[in-house]
Ligand binder design. Structure first.
Ligand code: NAG
Ligand code: NAG
Ligand code: NAG
Ligand code: NAG
Ligand code: NAG
Length: 460
């Protein structure tokens, strides 16, 4: 481990003079500068991945499963935008290892996964398909793995309460089973919309529209002011609302609406309205007052950053928001003027947090401070890599491929259906570390956090 770290540093050409901090130099208007900064950030991220305790299980992180999918998604974008293929073998190994019955629902973990955990792997797979990420011959195609996720999630559409919707958690014994949340519904919405555009199969478009329309009957998608509540509950027939604001919730719905806009050839006004409305309301994540003069130009995870309470999941959200919105500009003409300038200033601020660690390149969380906050980790790297990817999108200037426009990944509409995964599993031993990624602890954390935040607000 020690040796490989040293070797990686040597090969990366980042031999720091001991004691001297070598901040990453970035010119956001220059493709090669962006590429080189992204490479440094990505290598530091993958070093964390290579050094994890569970490194014998490809794609499995310590204490969390979903982040494997989201990291691979960001790395696939990175490969596409920079041409740097040094991580491709690791991406393929991890993605295929975790594929389960071609549905990213591997039996080791399926008993405590949420719909949102699974859908992120599906989003990684459709990203791989759209970007022609290399496939291995003896493996299912990327698009079929995305279809496998769609095929296992759609039967979970729950009409027993709220007239529809995806639950957050999958099994009745999970805390969070009676919650319907934005990321599970927005995630499947986006996946369905992307499958629609990639395959041109109308079934996916119908599901995307169904999920959007249903969301709009609940606080998860308030069309009146384009606010996205994080969660609602079956007990109230989806009338209550957990109102914490998260970038990735907005990102899933905005991006999905972009795919639907393009899929409908720009003829359906509702998708354009949705994009405009939600891009507008997500301006709240570029706050003006009290953020170190960030002046409405730096992306902030406003619910947790100012109170320094972001958990490892939340630290990554800006990666998805920024890269999804940037890719949207390639399929929704005219959208880039509102989206890209703020992502540019965000990248500029973000890279200034990357001064931590012995090499002086590890990134922090609060981009708006433009300084390292003495935190570091894989998640911090992922967030910054996401916004660098976003800024590379206009240089690459290539929309996601579909089957009609050069996408080579082959559709299999029945992928993932030959499985027994949909029956309630019997519980066996789950390690504490694994459970940390599951709803039970998330719930305890959220409850504890609510108390803490309330206390701070009251106390302050
Ligand atoms: C499931 O767990 C076994 C035992 O730890 C491990 O060998 C295997 O790689 C795991 N599979 C996945 C998909 O993580
Ligand atoms: C969009 O245009 C294409 C090509 O003209 C056509 O095949 C397709 O049916 C149209 N899609 C919709 C949803 O109108
Ligand atoms: C859909 O995306 C393509 C890029 O793949 C773009 O050329 C086209 O203009 C978009 N269609 C609409 C209606 O915006
Ligand atoms: C379209 O997708 C649906 C749902 O997966 C599937 O049943 C159908 O066979 C697909 N149609 C085509 C033409 O691939
Ligand atoms: C379904 O799965 C079983 C058990 O894994 C396997 O034997 C069978 O060949 C599969 N059928 C299809 C159609 O893939």
């Amino acid at each position: 481990m020690f040796f490989s770290h040293w070797l990686a540093a040597l090969l990366g050409g980042s031999l720091a003079v001991p004691g001297a901090l070598a901040a990453i130099v970035l010119n956001v208007d220059d493709q090669s500068s962006l590429t080189s900064a992204a490479k440094t950030v990505a290598m530091d991220m993958v070093n964390y991945y290579n050094d994890r305790d569970s490194k014998d299980i490809p794609g499995k992180f310590d204490g969390t499963w979903w982040e494997g999918g989201s990291m691979f998604m960001i790395l696939i974008q990175y490969w596409f935008l920079t041409g740097d293929s040094q991580f491709n073998a690791a991406i393929q190994e991890g993605m295929y290892w975790q594929k389960g019955d071609d549905n990213f629902f591997p039996s080791n973990y399926s008993q405590y996964l949420g719909n949102d955990d699974q859908v992120f792997w599906g989003l990684a797979a459709i990203t791989a398909a759209e970007l022609n990420f290399p496939e291995l011959n003896n493996q299912p195609s990327w698009v079929s793995l995305a279809q496998g996720v769609f095929n296992t999630q759609v039967p979970r559409w729950d009409t027993s309460s709220c007239h529809g919707g995806m639950r957050w958690q999958i099994w009745p014994y999970q805390s969070g089973y009676t919650t319907k949340n934005a990321i599970s519904n927005g995630g499947l919405f986006q996946l369905a919309a992307r499958l629609a555009l990639y395959t041109r199969n109308a079934t996916y478009a119908e599901w995307a529209e169904r999920i959007w329309d249903w969301s709009a009957t609940t606080p998860l998608l308030k069309q009146k002011n384009w606010n996205i509540a994080d969660s609602t509950t079956c007990e109230t027939q989806c009338t209550d609302h957990g109102d914490w604001q998260w970038t990735y919730n907005y990102g899933t719905y905005i991006s999905g609406a972009g795919y639907m806009y393009n899929y409908t050839n720009g003829t359906a006004e509702k998708w354009k309205e949705g994009i405009d409305g939600l891009v507008g309301s997500s301006n709240q994540f570029y706050p003006t007052a009290g953020y170190n003069n960030a002046d409405g130009n730096v992306l902030v995870e406003i619910t947790c950053e100012p109170v320094t309470k972001c958990d490892r999941n939340q630290i990554t959200f800006k990666a998805y928001f920024s890269s999804w919105l940037a890719f949207l500009t390639t399929i929704v003409p005219g959208s880039s003027a509102e989206i890209m300038p703020k992502l540019k200033t965000s990248a500029q601020a973000a890279i200034k947090t990357c001064t931590g660690g012995t090499d002086g390149t590890l990134c922090g969380i609060q981009w708006y401070t433009q300084a390292n906050d003495n935190t570091n980790g894989l998640e911090q790297q992922m967030a910054v890599l996401g916004v660098l990817n976003a800024n590379l999108v206009p240089f690459k200037n290539q929309a996601p491929y579909s089957a009609d426009t050069g996408g080579t990944s082959k559709s299999n509409p029945s992928a993932g259906t030959n499985t027994s995964d949909n029956s309630v599993p019997t519980l066996n031993n789950v390690t504490t570390g694994d459970r940390a990624g599951a709803g039970v602890l998330t719930f305890i954390f959220v409850t504890g956090w609510a108390v803490a935040v309330t206390w701070m607000i009251r106390g302050g």
